[in-house]
Design a protein around this ligand. Structure first.
Ligand SMILES: [Zn+2]
Length: 160
């Protein structure tokens, strides 16, 4: 699922549930894999598997990830300054929620070599076993719908 949906959901539930920071981190980490079970949108939609495994990132993927990162950053600033959510909870929930994708993509721009490390490959297999990128093109409508739904639930939790 897109970074924004992972982060929004983990932050919203952690804040609504008054989680401690280790709980927020764990919830972000675990919810990530469960959200990946639902057909969804993510950078994988614009990042062919052969490019990802070959350590290449097409321009469309770079733009997708950059826009996503900016959107998520804006969301975090809004949560911290306007909703006054504890910054430590925001940080740990978001970090846990983003970590699986950061690991399997080698922190996309920073350590691309990481994608070839054996334990990262193993973890990548586990991570991708939760969903199948190849099924996404046929599930575009459902993928968009489920991603919007998760973001919607998150905003409802934050604003209720
Ligand atoms: Zn993921």
């Amino acid at each position: 699922m897109i970074l924004f949906a992972h982060v929004a959901f983990a932050d919203a539930v952690s804040s609504a549930g008054n989680f401690s920071w280790p709980m927020a981190f764990l919830f972000g980490l675990i919810s990530h894999h469960f959200l990946d079970l639902i057909p969804h949108l993510d950078a994988g939609c614009v990042w062919p598997v052969k490019d990802r495994d070959g350590g290449k990132m097409p321009k469309a993927t770079v733009i997708f990830i950059a826009v996503e990162a900016l959107l998520t950053l804006g969301f975090l600033i809004w949560c911290a300054f306007f909703l006054k959510i504890n910054w430590a909870i925001l940080f740990w929930a978001s970090f846990g929620a983003a970590l699986p994708d950061l690991i399997v993509t080698g922190f996309p721009f920073f350590i691309p070599k990481m994608r070839t490390w054996p334990w990262v490959k193993k973890y990548g297999k586990f991570h991708y076993s939760f969903f199948d990128h190849l099924s996404i093109p046929t599930n575009w409508i459902f993928g968009i719908f489920s991603t919007i739904l998760i973001i919607g639930v998150s905003f409802w939790l934050l604003l209720k």
